[in-house]
Design a protein around this ligand. Structure first.
Ligand code: ADP
Ligand code: AMP
Length: 213
């Protein structure tokens, strides 16, 4: 099964992808996580990507396409979280899957308002060691400031400051939203109410994937 999670930053894609990938035994490919890892390790990709990420802009398609070609599993199911984010990326993905005789099963659109996005991202806490994600109010760690999973220190991401959050939302609206129509035309799109709580969104995802609706 190959699934794409589409939606604004902060819509819960990563949270749901982590849960669902365990529940359905799928690989989880988060381009945001891969980029942050590259920045941390100061690889050539990380050095080029950092300035765009800090500004809340998209990393150029040429870099993202090279990255996805490198990491896309040749077999087994997977969830793409944060890719594609532009029409050229979606076209390359389609072509890549075709070449491997594979097909995209579903695209979930995580639907929520800009105000909820800002509230979610300004309260997001991320583990500086393992990348696990929490929320101050909606999904707090057991011990303040400490990751439940690895004991690492929880931090606020550089791009989770209100000014950059607003910029990222604008970038989503301008460059990523056209993918809604792109996937609607291909009959792949399922809209999710992403303002519901974490368990409810998870329940809905499982329902659609198991029963088709
Ligand atoms: P994305 O991967 O789309 O950027 P995240 O999964 O990182 O989004 O979620 C953004 C923030 O919102 C995190 O702090 C997360 O804990 C919280 N969150 C995720 N889903 C929900 C939800 N359904 N209700 C409330 N908070 C949520
Ligand atoms: P995310 O963790 O998904 O919010 O992504 C963090 C940042 O990484 C984004 O603001 C972009 O700068 C960059 N990024 C992640 N995925 C992509 C993509 N598919 N295309 C371009 N830039 C991306």
């Amino acid at each position: 099964m190959i699934v794409v999670f589409l939606g604004p930053p902060g819509s819960g894609k990563g949270t749901q992808a982590k849960k669902l990938s365990q529940e359905l035994n799928l690989s989880h490919i988060s381009t945001g996580d891969l980029l942050r890892e590259a920045v941390k390790k100061q690889t050539p990709l990380g050095l080029k990507a950092k300035e765009y990420m800090d500004r809340g802009e998209l990393v150029p398609d040429s870099l993202m396409i090279a990255l996805i070609e490198e990491v896309m599993p040749k077999e087994g199911g997977f969830i793409l979280d944060g890719f594609p984010r532009t029409v050229p990326q979606a076209l390359v993905l389609e072509d890549m899957l075709n070449r491997h005789g594979r097909n995209l099963d579903k695209v979930f659109l995580f639907d929520l308002s800009e105000e909820v996005v800002v509230e979610r991202l300004s309260g997001r806490l991320t583990c500086s060691q393992c990348g696990a994600v929490y929320h101050k109010k909606y999904n707090p760690p057991k011990q303040e400031g400490i990751c439940d999973l690895c004991g690492g220190k929880l931090i606020q991401r550089e791009d989770d400051k209100e000014e950059v959050i607003r910029k990222r939302y604008r970038v989503y609206a301008e460059q990523t939203k056209p993918l809604i129509e792109f996937y609607q035309e291909r009959n792949k799109l399922t809209r999710l109410d992403a303002e519901q709580d974490i368990q409810e969104v998870n329940r809905k995802l499982l329902e659609v994937l198991k029963n088709g609706g």
